[in-house]
Design a protein around this ligand. Structure first.
Ligand SMILES: [Ca+2]
Length: 182
């Protein structure tokens, strides 16, 4: 093989290896099927949590979380992929066994350059029964003037505020999703 030919192959393979890997269409971050998943969370006081096979959206189990009366109570994790820019939606399934709507908050912690942080916060009114809650990451990028490919995340926090009675919710299938079908 001539020198030029060898060089061409080197350039070709270098170019191929530099093509960014496309993110999966949908990534399940937590499915709450085994106890080890619970170790990936930080748990706050004033709560009780366990895996449950009572209801679920995927697999056989979900997370049952009892929010006890408190000013603020919930659960958080930093055990997530850092780069959320390739994804369009962050969503999770929730089942509200109460007979009334409850208010649930979700806060995504975004890391900025120079070790600063800010938060993407959403408040949801969760109706009785099952529903899927979602945060449109594309819209967040627009509102916060975040450039494409610049959504670096440290983790998220799901919580309730001013809880005056014990509230039970079941959670399952925390996901990152892409909208395009390619
Ligand atoms: Ca599950």
């Amino acid at each position: 093989m001539s020198y030029l030919c060898q060089l061409a192959w080197v350039v070709f393979f270098a170019a191929v290896s530099c093509v960014p890997q496309k993110a999966e269409q949908s990534v399940v971050l937590f499915d709450f099927e085994n106890e080890a998943e619970l170790d990936r969370f930080g748990w706050k006081c004033r709560s009780r949590f366990e895996l449950s096979d009572h209801v679920q959206s995927s697999g056989k189990r979900s997370l049952r979380f009892d929010f006890y009366p408190a000013k603020r109570v919930g659960f958080s994790t930093g055990d997530v992929p850092r780069d959320w820019a390739p994804y369009d939606v962050f969503s999770f399934w929730v089942n509200n066994p109460q007979e009334t709507t409850v208010v649930l908050n979700c806060r995504i912690s975004r890391s900025l350059k120079s070790r600063q942080h800010d938060f993407i916060s959403r408040q949801f009114e969760v109706s009785p029964g099952a529903s899927r809650l979602s945060i449109d990451l594309g819209n967040v990028q627009k509102i916060k003037d975040i450039g494409k490919n610049e959504l670096m995340v440290d983790g998220f926090y799901v919580y309730m505020e001013n809880v005056d009675r014990t509230i039970i919710l079941y959670f399952d299938e925390f996901r990152l999703e892409r909208n395009d079908k390619n």
